[in-house]
Design a protein around this ligand. Structure first.
Ligand code: DGL
Length: 278
């Protein structure tokens, strides 16, 4: 997938809001010399409560906008969009002539091989209503029991940034109480949820699975280390890579969060997509 012609092309990611930064952070750690473009559609967050046709319109519009950057790959850092397109990924990749990755496939493949009996998935309403993880995992390993739980309060809580620890714990407990006691692991099936990983780790003993890890394991096979990064640039040279952030609204929030979470001082640009009113 990578030749010298497209080495400098960016990897484009998108999410409804700040959640996809959890994927971007792991990508930067694993592929530090790549260029990144991140789009947060904070005008229309959350995606997970919207209808299929609403999400489809939004995602098509985002693809149209991202493709102008001539990306080497597009990553849907959003489980909701990934659930919508899980069966159309290769057709759309072909049509747009760019590899497109979702959050669900790699994780489904990886957990299907793990010796667990039952796995719980926390996700948005759309992902759960479409049984996105359940269908994909059970197709590979029908013996693995999957339960999916809609956690509608988590995205507003995480995006809200102003909840007290007590309020956060109360909401998290609500979903832990719905989670089977005999589950072996919990998939964080929304890219926002790793942002409350520390809270979760204190409240449950379940093994917590971030699908971004499986995705990155798969990407490692397609994105070999850049030649210039490995051989040509002396270790003392400053890092050449660029991270560009865009938001359709609430630029300050994305800026603040990039600083807090990515530890990067980045200016957020306005993205003017042709807004579909939903
Ligand atoms: N972070 C996204 C996901 O992984 C979207 C959440 C939302 O906007 O509802 O599903």
């Amino acid at each position: 997938m990578q030749n010298s012609r497209n080495q400098n092309k960016p990897i484009c990611l998108f999410d409804s809001g700040i959640g996809g930064l959890t994927v971007l952070k792991k990508l930067i750690n694993k592929f530090p010399d790549e260029n990144y473009i991140y789009l947060a559609d904070l005008e229309r967050v959350p995606f997970g409560d919207k209808t299929k046709s609403e999400i489809k319109k939004i995602v098509n519009e985002i693809f149209e906008w991202l493709i102008k950057f001539e990306p080497k790959a597009i990553i849907m850092a959003c489980n909701t969009s990934s659930a919508l397109l899980s069966h159309e990924l290769s057709a759309i990749s072909h049509q747009l002539d760019v590899p497109i990755y979702g959050m669900i496939e790699s994780c489904a493949r990886e957990v299907s091989g793990i010796n667990h009996k039952k796995i719980s998935v926390w996700a948005t309403k759309f992902v759960v209503e479409n049984n996105a993880y359940k269908k994909m995992i059970e197709e590979i390993n029908p013996d693995l029991k999957i339960e999916e739980i809609t956690c509608q309060k988590l995205v507003p809580m995480i995006e809200g940034l102003n909840f007290t620890l007590e309020e956060r714990n109360k909401i998290i407990h609500e979903y832990l109480n719905q989670t089977s006691r005999d589950s072996n692991a919990l998939i964080l099936g929304c890219t926002h949820y790793p942002l409350i990983l520390e809270d979760l780790e204190k409240l449950t003993d379940l093994e917590l699975i971030d699908p971004a890890d499986a995705l990155i394991n798969d990407l490692k096979k397609c994105l070999p280390p850049r030649r210039d990064a490995v051989n040509c640039i002396p270790a003392t040279m400053p890092n050449q890579r660029q991270i560009s952030l865009y938001a359709t609204a609430q630029k300050e929030k994305l800026e603040r969060f990039a600083k807090l979470y990515l530890r990067e001082n980045l200016k957020v640009n306005s993205a003017s997509l042709t807004m579909v009113s939903v």
